[in-house]
Design a protein around this ligand. Structure first.
Ligand SMILES: Nc1ncnc2c1ncn2[C@@H]1O[C@H](COP(=O)(O)OP(=O)(O)OP(=O)(O)O)[C@@H](O)[C@H]1O
Ligand SMILES: [Mg+2]
Length: 254
């Protein structure tokens, strides 16, 4: 692949006390591509995403944004670097309604201090309808929504930020077949707009339908990155379970 990755990790290590969550992680994600991260439970996928999102600071290794080595102290710095995140635990506030949750971090105000409720609701409604998402009223409390509806709201919130890089941790975990296909369409559209999409998923059917590149993680390491068209489901499963290693993989790793 030519060009500079929008987001890149090189030889990243991260421990939590005695737990070595990441021992050697390399990943390079390019603009206009959907890059999926797959791996078993505990492989280090969410930890990797949190390093990319500025939430965890690596113990060693490099983080590069548009080719420039960078360190991020916290999530707000990642935001300033153009990175939006949908976390596995969604990070929504249950007692607030849909419109407020979608505006968190960028609440519209009038005369500096007063919350512009009408604008907030109008903007939330616009984003949801642009994404063809139906959740009833934007005044509905998040706590009253189903798991799938919450997931859709969390995705809509990240899309609303309109940042060049979007990271998603298991965005379809709680979704039915139709909603999963819908999220797939949203991802396709984002990469079509030239955004860099990094997405964790256990759903290999979804991965093969929407990925340009697939990175396999196992036991805190990246095993390999494969071009979607140059690998197979069997090969990816083999790398996830450890029956195939990067050196024995025969197709399209890079
Ligand atoms: N804050 C933390 N403190 C201690 N250990 C952690 C912390 N975060 C992650 N870990 C550990 O790091 C390892 C990797 O966890 P991580 O959440 O990155 O896995 P994952 O690949 O996202 O798994 P899953 O598919 O279940 O979401 C696990 O052993 C986990 O227990
Ligand atoms: Mg996880």
């Amino acid at each position: 692949m030519s060009g500079t990755p929008a987001l890149e990790l090189k030889a990243i290590c991260k421990s939590f006390g005695q737990v070595r969550a990441l021992t050697n992680v390399d990943i390079a994600a390019f603009p206009g591509e959907a890059h999926f991260i797959v791996g078993d439970n505990g492989a280090g996928k969410s930890t990797t995403l949190k390093v990319l999102a500025g939430i965890h600071q690596p113990d060693a290794g490099e983080l590069r944004i548009n080719g420039v080595e960078t360190s991020m102290r916290d999530a707000s710095q990642a935001h300033r670097h153009g990175i939006a995140v949908v976390h596995q635990d969604l990070a929504l506030v249950e007692c607030l309604d849909i419109a407020t949750n979608m505006a968190l971090g960028a609440i519209p105000r009038k005369r500096r201090f007063i919350l512009d409720r009408r604008r907030m609701e109008r903007e939330a409604t616009e984003v949801l309808s642009e994404l063809k998402i139906r959740v009833g009223s934007v005044r509905t409390q998040i706590g009253l929504l189903s798991g799938g509806e919450r997931q859709i709201v969390a995705i809509a919130r990240a899309v609303r930020m309109n940042l060049p890089i979007i990271l998603l941790d298991e965005p379809t975990a709680a979704l039915g077949v139709r909603e999963t296909a819908h999220v797939g369409e949203i991802l396709d559209e984002l990469r079509g707009q030239g955004k860099t999409v990094i997405c964790i998923s256990h759903d290999l059917e979804f991965v093969f339908a929407h990925a340009d590149r697939i990175t396999v993680m196992r036991l805190g390491n990246t095993v390999a990155t494969c071009l979607r068209g140059a690998t197979s489901r069997d090969e990816i499963v083999g790398m996830i379970t450890g029956t195939i290693t990067a050196s024995t993989a025969n197709a399209g790793t890079q």
